[in-house]
Design a protein around this ligand. Structure first.
Ligand SMILES: Cc1cc2nc3c(=O)[nH]c(=O)nc-3n(C[C@H](O)[C@H](O)[C@H](O)COP(=O)(O)OP(=O)(O)OC[C@H]3O[C@@H](n4cnc5c(N)ncnc54)[C@H](O)[C@@H]3O)c2cc1C
Ligand code: FES
Ligand code: FES
Length: 1349
């Protein structure tokens, strides 16, 4: 047979298999020989086929950026299956006879857009666009299976997709038009095709009002006709029908892939290769290979083995082949639940409950049930259910078959089972439940969607028929030991007992004793985990009480205030309202300023045509670079051994400090090195780099470099830095009024503290640089994903030892920045440029997500300590606050960040006597850096902590105290800037009325009176954010505008596009000034050879600065064109341009702008720090589950003053996106560091940014109307950073709810709650009978797994 080979390393007999992989990509047939088993579909698509629309965001199945659709013809059911998967984890080898559809396969701007692409763009659901192709593909796969889905289906389809920019609402809104709730007919319901043809929403609510509540018009959407979809390749259908699955074998550099077509062969191969990994979804193995350096030389795929893929219904349950995917298992169980009597399906429903929160759809579509069991992870979500239910497993080797019970003897140790190396798991039998058996499963994780468990549990109890007497009980826990465990001692104690309060007492006491954890246990959260074992049992206890009662057996009723503790979380479809002011009547249609114009690249982003840095095609002789970084936080480097690395295939060279031709000193404050010089000061410190022909070769070689260290004592936390007085200079003080007099005047004083954790930027596109030496005069061209092209240029030139005029930095767009690409990107760019310079070849590097998280720093953690003096009324008269930031191992932007924190230490409150001191802690963490808000949110967070304490100590509502202290027009700030144009009061009043604050407060109080275990909280928080760079010189911008002979305009300015819509706004500005439609204006990129000495795109000021520069350039040009317009008033733009050209008029102009009257001095506490302020107020309501610490974001109302909005769609997008990032910061995102300074959270698997399900269920965003700002372009205001802090309203609503919970235990008054308000912190703060049974270990008596840095 052609393409058939005898596999090389068969030990005894030979085995024939084909080495041809046949599959289709976007309808094109591909036959590949010599496929490397370690190559992912994503690498293949991007590097081999050149389809770069599918993005790499994490390589671990956690972000969805790489989502594609697979289609298969299933011969036995004669069904076409379509499903979304993560291309980053899918082995290319697994795609035999599969059709792959990528985002390019749906449509393109040039050809025709698919409605799925068009609608996300037009509904403003794409900002940076890096997540967009993945989201498009998840939606497309859903529609292929279900042309009119429900909103709930859609939300389920998006469980595995993340977006860091949009805040998700616009995506859901745009795609709602496909759903039943959105009223779409799916192309079927209407005579004239899709209802979208007829639907039209006016962009003005009514004639009498200038208030608008829609940002897009569904009439602009092309209709969706599911019958017009790309068909499954007929050839593949025939191939699939005709061909009996043949065995496959592929050999790669390090691994062999064996895919036999019968069980017999499979068992034989496993017998010959006991070390072989069985791979189905590769969702475990893929992650192990990528991140744990595992090498698996033999991979066995059971895809063609029928016995492992079938489902059999038996007398007492259902048997699932071990390779059945979780999605398939879910579908079968759902069907069974529908058809069988309820008492038989208790186990099935528990499995389904776990599956609801198991990973995302893309993972569930490929991951196998057998893979979950056999991985034997202690936090597996299914194993506890299988164990509690007494499932049976069938194991086989070549000669024998045996059945084992899944009980506590099945797992023999961490990730170990009784299954022998030659054996495989063939199937799992899930039994029907019996009458009087009740089963529940619970999973608690930091985030609800797509997250791994902290504690996961299943509980099964069987009663003697017709009684409340326990006959059998099994309590199975994950996350409490190195394996899934059964709480056997407790279960034994409960046998024969009556289900009642006494049993509950006994169970809790016993579980607290049995389910212990070492205080240093991996994963941390020890007290929380122990408490959860009891709390979850209590939930089970109540649930069973209810069920007994329902069956007419129970004698006790669950009291009404406890019922909510038994409710299973059901997601509600979020809804949103966006309100903004319409443009004045009569504004020309061509004048797009003030209109919700779509992001200019949105359509290309949705089709995958938008080119990001790593999408640039490979240069012919291009090389790949991988960094060598320190594994120690503080150490002297004793030796570096690269001999093994140099022997690795494909390696070209290794680079170290000696290879830097210019200066090895670098960084914002020149206190860093390009490569470490003898000493390292953080884990992730760049020591060297390896350059090779491909990324995998460079990565393997980098891992082979051996470095010996002499370890030195690290300083990791702020508290350690304070103890060692390890601070960077200067220590800043900002003071006004008379502090002593203020405290004397005060009727009360209180002291408090708060720690605010750091935050990872998690831009979807990690750091990338491509450096191309130009071959003459030391010229180097760099394509960089950076917010600071000019800084990159200068710093690279310094490292190369050439003048800046030899280095060209070009930025087309970024896949998100958020401050993370302001200063730190130079760390990578310099190294890549040094390599390209040395080798005289193009060199590329895109950091992997784990490297990016490890190396590039994030938002500064802050610790705030305060003393506040106040009157009986709640008026604050004195404040003394000390702020400490964890700056890390270099200064970077820490001083400016600390200064901004001090400038915002009073948030929106007028405090007559105030002192703030700012200390930047020098620690052995990677240098922390800019992040949206730039220290402002941290400063304001401390303010909100003391104002809440004041209210709590007076027993008043926090809102009353906040309102009382709010700034009013004409008051001075602590830095002596008198406030003009204050709109805080207007924002506050509008927010309270739009949110229905009074009624909500009453409803919250009522809920809290009626419910013991769920509590609601409400909070209103204002923000005032100063706009300008605090380094005065940065407040400048340039623009260059060319008008070509045909009338088209090419514009460039100093700002970069990272998704925030800056280029769109700049085109709007130019369009208005030049008086031409925006379609005539193009921005190609930002580059250092068009606009020189640009400031970073940061500080929210880029529209103000660059907008004014663009305006300036356009006005110059307009002036030059004026004579031609006068001469030919009826002529067109093109006529005037042509005439001017023939008159030899210069049609290129430079624009420039600098913000006037700025310049604050800390020495004199005088001079204007800010050009103006942006204001906003948010009101949030939440509900916490006091037993688990989980919370729901119920409702948020935001009123934001953005002046006269340049583009309401972009501005509302910034408000919502900023708010969601703040929500992550204050409630969810937690970086864990070991006491040795090692970052433990290095990817989406362990670091959770908000997902679709975290949006407030009702979100109203209103842009304050009639609020022109005379300090910025066209009366607009900055919007990028100011709204982020408003998410603290959720934090303080949580704190409000915790207050109510504590009151139930008789605890009142102020209490400390650190940020983020994670489930762990919420649970522990809700002190009750269960927490009391699990006291924390004495601090200092153990070494914790992670420390608060
Ligand atoms: C993003 C992401 C989210 C996740 N979320 C969750 C979650 O919420 N809950 C959870 O419990 N897990 C989760 N996981 C873990 C993982 O998805 C599951 O364990 C999954 O079921 C593994 O199946 P697989 O087919 O992909 O395994 P593979 O990676 O293909 O294989 C896993 C292991 O099982 C062995 N194996 C597989 N089948 C057999 C067999 N028949 N006989 C013998 N050995 C076999 C393999 O040799 C291998 O060691 C997540 C993983 C990722 C990447
Ligand atoms: S890149 Fe595949 S899920 Fe993130
Ligand atoms: S638009 Fe979603 S990550 Fe940027």
């Amino acid at each position: 047979m052609e393409g058939t080979q005898e596999t090389a390393n068969m030990r005894t007999e030979t085995w024939t298999a084909s080495d041809q992989l046949i599959f289709f990509v976007n309808g094109r047939k591909i036959i590949e020989k010599n496929v490397d088993p370690e190559m992912s579909l994503l690498t293949y698509l991007r590097r081999k086929v050149g389809l770069t629309g599918t993005k790499l965001g994490c390589a671990e199945g956690g972000c969805g950026a790489c989502t594609v659709m697979l289609s298969k013809y299933q011969t036995h059911t004669k069904q076409l299956l379509h499903y979304a998967i993560n291309a980053c984890l899918a082995p290319l080898c697994s795609l035999h006879m599969v059709a792959v559809t990528t985002v390019e396969g749906l449509g393109s701007v040039a050809r025709k857009l698919h409605p799925v692409q068009e609608r996300i763009a037009k509904s403003h659901g794409s900002q940076c666009g890096f997540c967009t192709p993945g989201i498009v593909m998840s939606m497309y796969a859903l529609l292929r299976n279900n042309p009119i889905p429900k909103m709930a289906d859609m939300e389920e389809a998006f469980q595995g997709n993340l977006c860091r920019c949009t805040g998700y609402r616009p995506i859901l809104e745009g795609y709602k038009t496909f759903t039943m709730e959105g009223g779409c007919c799916g192309g079927r319901g209407q005579k004239d095709g899709c209802c979208m043809m007829n639907g039209s929403e006016a962009l003005r609510d009514s004639k009498d009002s200038d208030e608008v509540t829609s940002l897009f018009n569904t009439a602009d959407f092309a209709p969706f006709d599911p019958t017009q979809e790309v068909i499954f390749p007929p050839e593949l259908m025939n191939l699939s029908k005709g061909q009996r699955s043949c065995s496959l074998c592929f050999h790669g550099e390090r691994a062999t892939w064996l895919q036999p077509s019968s069980l017999e062969e499979f068992l034989l191969l496993k017998w010959r290769h006991p070390e072989a990994r069985v791979v189905v979804g590769n969702t475990e193995v893929g992650v192990e290979v990528k991140f744990k350096n595992m090498v698996y030389p033999v991979i066995l795929s059971p895809a063609f083995v029928p016995e492992l893929n079938t489902v059999t219904h038996t007398e007492d349950g259902i048997v699932f082949g071990a390779a059945c995917t979780l999605s398939h298992m879910g579908a079968v169980l759902r069907q069974a639940v529908k058809t069988l009597p309820p008492h038989q399906t208790e186990v099935f429903r528990a499995v389904l409950e776990q599956l609801r929160w198991f990973a995302g759809q893309q993972i569930r579509n490929v991951a196998a049930v057998g893979g979950n069991i056999m991985t034997a992870s202690p936090i597996s979500d299914l194993n506890p259910v299988f164990m509690a239910a007494g499932c049976k497993l069938t194991l086989m080797d070549k000669d024998t078959s045996r059945e084992v019970q899944m009980d506590d003897s099945f797992f023999t140790g961490y990730r170990k089972t009784v299954v022998r190396p030659q054996e495989i798991l063939v199937s799992v039998h899930i039994p029907y439940s019996k009458k009087f058996q009740f089963v529940s499963a619970f999973k608690q994780s930091p985030r609800r969607e797509d997250d791994i468990s902290i504690v996961t549990t299943a509980m099964s109890v069987t009663f003697a028929p017709g009684t409340e007497v326990v006959e059998d009980i099994r309590l199975s826990y994950g996350g409490m030991a190195p394996t899934t465990v059964l709480a056997k001692k407790t279960a034994n104690k409960l046998l024969g007992r009556q289900w009642g309060e006494e049993l509950l007492q006994e169970a809790c006491l016993s579980l607290a004793e049995e389910m212990t954890l070492d205080p240093s246990a991996p994963g941390g959260m020890v007290t929380y985990r122990r408490t959860l074992t009891l709390s979850l049992f209590y939930k089970f206890f109540l649930t069973v009480l209810q069920k007994l009662r329902l069956q007419g057996v129970g004698t006790q009723e669950v009291s009404s205030d406890c019922v909510s503790a038994t409710e299973v979380y059901q997601p509600e479809t979020p809804s949103g309202i966006q309100i903004y002011q319409a443009v004045p009547e009569g504004q020309s249609q061509d004048d797009v300023v003030g209109r919700p114009m779509m992001h200019l690249s949105a359509l290309k982003q949705a089709t995958g045509e938008a080119v990001y840095c790593d999408d640039i095609p490979l240069y012919e002789n291009e090389l790949y670079l991988v960094l060598i970084t320190s594994t120690k936080a503080h150490a002297r480097i004793l030796s570096v051994d690269v001999s093994a690395a140099k022997r690795c295939p494909g390696v070209v060279c290794c680079l170290f400090a000696d290879d830097v031709p210019g200066s090895n000193i670098t960084g914002v404050k020149q206190d860093e090195t390009v490569f470490a010089d003898g000493q390292v000061s953080c884990v992730g410190h760049i020591i060297g780099a390896v350059v090779a022909d491909t990324q995998v070769h460079a990565q393997r070689a980098a891992k082979a470099v051996k470095i010996q260290y002499e370890e030195l004592q690290p300083i990791v936390t702020i508290q350690e830095a304070i103890a060692a007085r390890s601070f960077y200079e200067p220590i800043r003080t900002l003071q006004s009024g008379d502090l002593e007099a203020g405290f004397k005047q005060a009727q009360h004083t209180l002291e408090g503290e708060i720690h605010i954790g750091g935050q990872e930027h998690f831009y979807l596109e990690t750091y990338v640089t491509l450096a191309v030496p130009r071959g003459e005069d030391g010229e180097m061209e760099l394509f960089v994903s950076t917010q600071s092209p000019s800084d990159s240029q200068c710093i690279v030139a310094q490292a190369l030892g050439v003048p800046a005029n030899r280095v060209l930095v070009r930025v087309k767009r970024m896949g998100g920045g958020f401050g993370g690409k302001e200063s730190r990107t130079t760390a990578l760019s310099t190294v890549v440029a040094v390599a390209a310079n040395k080798l005289k070849r193009p060199v590329r590097c895109m950091l992997d997500r784990d490297e990016d998280m490890l190396i590039t720093g994030g938002r500064h953690p802050f610790y705030g300590k305060y003393k506040v003096g106040f009157l009986n009324s709640g008026k604050v008269v004195a404040l003394d606050v000390s702020l400490y930031s964890n700056a890390g191992n270099s200064t970077d932007l820490s001083l400016a960040i600390m200064e901004r924190a001090l400038f915002h230490m009073e948030n929106s409150y007028s405090i007559p006597n105030i002192r703030g001191q700012g200390f930047m802690c020098r620690t052995n963490l990677p240098s922390n850096t800019a992040f949206r808000g730039f220290g402002g949110p941290q400063g304001m967070m401390v303010a909100e902590s003391w104002i809440t304490d004041v209210a709590h100590s007076l027993g008043r509502s926090a809102e009353e105290v906040r309102r009382l202290n709010l700034y009013v027009e004409g008051e001075p700030t602590p830095y002596n800037q008198v406030l003009h144009g204050v709109t805080l009061d207007r924002c506050w009043d509008e927010c309270l009325s739009r949110s229905g604050y009074e009624q909500r407060r009453a409803a919250v109080d009522l809920h809290n009176r009626q419910n013991r275990w769920t509590k609601r909280g409400l909070s209103v928080v204002p923000t005032k954010f100063g706009i300008s760079f605090t380094a005065t010189f940065l407040n400048q911008a340039g623009a260059l505008v060319h008008i070509y002979k045909d009338g088209s305009v090419l514009m460039t300015h100093g700002g970069t596009e990272m998704g925030q819509g800056l280029h769109t706004k700049m085109v709007q500005v130019a369009s208005r000034v030049l008086g031409i439609p925006s379609s005539k204006i193009h921005i190609s990129e930002t580059s250092t050879n068009t606009v020189a000495n640009t400031s970073p795109t940061a500080a929210s000021a880029s529209s103000d600065l660059n907008g004014a520069a663009v305006c300036n350039a356009c006005e110059i040009l307009l002036k030059r064109l004026e004579p031609f317009k006068t001469k030919n008033p009826r002529g067109s733009w093109e006529d005037w341009v042509k005439a001017a050209y023939f008159e030899r008029v210069n049609l290129s102009a430079n624009g420039f702008f600098k913000t006037p009257d700025l310049g604050y001095s800390f020495d004199t506490n005088s001079g204007r720090a800010f050009n103006y302020f942006s204001y906003g107020v948010a009101c949030s309501e939440v509900e916490i589950d006091c037993l688990t610490g989980a919370h729901k974001n119920l409702k948020t109302t935001i009123v934001m003053d953005v002046g006269l909005s340049l583009n309401p769609a972009i501005d509302i997008g910034q408000v919502e996106g900023g708010f969601m990032q703040g929500l992550g910061l204050f409630t969810l995102e937690e970086l864990h560091y070991s006491p040795q300074g090692v970052l433990l959270t290095r990817g989406p698997g362990s670091y959770k940014i908000p997902a679709f399900g975290d949006i407030p269920k009702q979100l109203t965003v209103s842009l304050l109307r009639d609020a022109p700002n005379d300090k910025a372009i066209f009366a607009s205001k900055a919007v990028g950073e100011p709204p982020l802090f408003l998410a603290s309203s959720i934090f303080y609503a949580i704190k409000d709810a915790i207050m109510a919970a504590r009151a139930e235990s008789g605890i009142t008054g102020p209490f400390r709650l650190d940020s983020p308000a994670s489930a762990e912190r919420i649970r522990i703060a809700c002190s009750d009978r269960f927490t009391k049974l699990c006291p924390p270990a004495e601090p200092g008596t153990f070494r914790p797994w992670s420390v608060q840095v």
